[in-house]
Structure formats: structure tokens, C-alpha cells
Ligand binder design. Sequence first.
Ligand code: SIN
Length: 329
Amino acid sequence: MKKILRVLAATAVLASASFAADYTIKMSHVVSAATPKGQAADFFAKRVGELTGGKVEVAVFPNAQLYNDNAVMKALKIGNVHIAVPSFSKFTSLVPAMQLFDLPFLFRDRAHLHAVLDSEVGQILKDQVTAKGFVALDYWDAGFKHFSSSKKPVINPEDAAGQKFRIMSSKVLEAQMKAVNGSVQVLPFSEVYSALQQGVVDGAENPLSNFATKKFNEVQSSLTLSEHGYLGYLVIMSEKFWSKFPDEYKGKVLQAMKEATAFERNLAAEEDAKLLAQMQEYAKSTGKMKIYTLTPEQKAAWAKIMEGIYPQFYETIGEDLIKKAQAVK
Ligand code: SIN
């Protein structure tokens, strides 16, 4: 009997050894695993495993379990984590021109945004990130941002006055809120729920995926479908890690990333519609949050004021780059 058990144990060790990966890629992000970004990170991990026959594994750490977005840049530099998916605003101090994507009302719609990302403009910005010692991979989507508040519904630009909004660390977002006389507090994403709950801030701006998966509806009494700006991501890799990564697997990892990008972009568009229905149902069944849709006139009033900040960023972002993005068909 003992002998049989020993043989079984040895077989188990051998079996697990034959499945053990030779390389582990640590991937960090700050949102829920249920968001399009979270699901795409898991999809990427699965495809890397499949394409490399299990020789390379991707360990995904969601919800800022490892690092928040500021700390992750340093961790990537020294190779403590290998891939991260920060939102565009988180690149502000590294590549200030990335704030292009924070400009309110810059993108006509999702198709225009994708055309810009995939154009010379997207490549110029990737090159700037690469020049800072990272490997710039692909652009991923979250969605158009909406205002929410627990103090007063944000419907007309005047409604922002006297309210404090959580923003990501971006001079453009700061200027955007100043333009409508709102005040701001920069906070990492992991602290937004409690800041809203405790009244440290009155409101925020989020795409539906982040709003719903982090249950911000529990701590906000109004949501305005303002679509005043866009939230997206650049997937980046540690140059230190990639330069030592074996060539034989590089193509497979890049292939998995390409597939994950297509998966992510489709999912982000699909989920937006589903989450809106979910939030509408929540609003109706609980009566705890009201959802507002802007009339074209109200939207135009927001755009007129907020677009007024563009010239302030002609130098940091580049007037040319802004005009190029606007001109993309
Ligand atoms: C994210 O989607 O990665 C977080 C965005 C935020 O900080 O609001």
C-alpha cells in the first residue's frame, strides 16, 4: 500500500512539474476583474498559456492588489511587475502629451476615438512612452465618462459650482472642472468609493464599467449621462523584463495581446449598453439614484465651456497633435 502511495505521490509531482510554467508575467491593474479591462487581462493570461503550451503563465492582480497606478510605474521600471494597464491620465508626469485623451469633448464618438488611437497620433504618443523606457503595447477602452454626485444633480454647467469632484491626476481634468467652477481632489481609484461615501468629495466622473463594478451607485444619488470625456488605457510592459524575456515566446505573447485588444474593445462597447440597463433598473427599483440624460442644448453648453480650456494645453500637449486628432476622420 505504502509503495502504491509513494508511486502516486511521485506521479503527482511529475505531472505538476510538467505543467509548471518556465516564466511568469505579473500583470497589475486597479479595477475589478469584471470590467472589460479585467476580463481582457484574464483573456490575455489564458491565451498566453495556450499559445506557449503552458510554458509562460500570466498572473493577473486586479483591484490594485499589488500597486495603485502611481506606484506601478516605478515597479515596472525596476521589473517588480511586468505589465500594467494605466489609464491615460496616469501618464501625466511621464508623458504630459498623453493628456490629449483627457481633453473634454475631443472625440465625436467611439469610432473617432479608435481612429485616433490607431492613427499617427496614437503612434506618436506610444513612441513618447517608449522613449521613457517602457514597451508600449496596445490601447484598451473603458468608455465615455459621466458625472455623478451625491450633492446635486450635475445637469447644467452651473450645477458643478460648489461641488468637489474626484479626478485622476491630470492638469486637463483639473482645468476642465475649474472651467465650470467645480473644485477637485486627486485620488487613486482604490480610494474613490470611500471618498464618495464619507463625503470627502461630492461627485466623480467615470465610465459606466468603473461606476457599476465598484458600486458607486450605492454612494451617489445622481448619474448624468454626460459623455463629456473619454477614459482609456495604454497597456505597457517593463522594458527591463522584456529585454531579458526569451525570444522564442515574444511573438506568442504579442499575438495574445493582439487578440486581447480586439476582445477588450468589443467587450467595452457591449458592456456599456448592458451596464446602462443595469443602472436604470437599479435606479427604478431602489429609487436611490436618478439618471439624467442631457438634451443636445445642455450638452452643447458643457462643450462650449469645456473646450475653452484647449489653448491652455497647446504647449504641453502640442497644438498640432490636438488639431491632428480633431482632423482624424
Ligand atoms: C482605471 O480605470 O484604471 C481607473 C481609472 C480611474 O482612476 O478613475
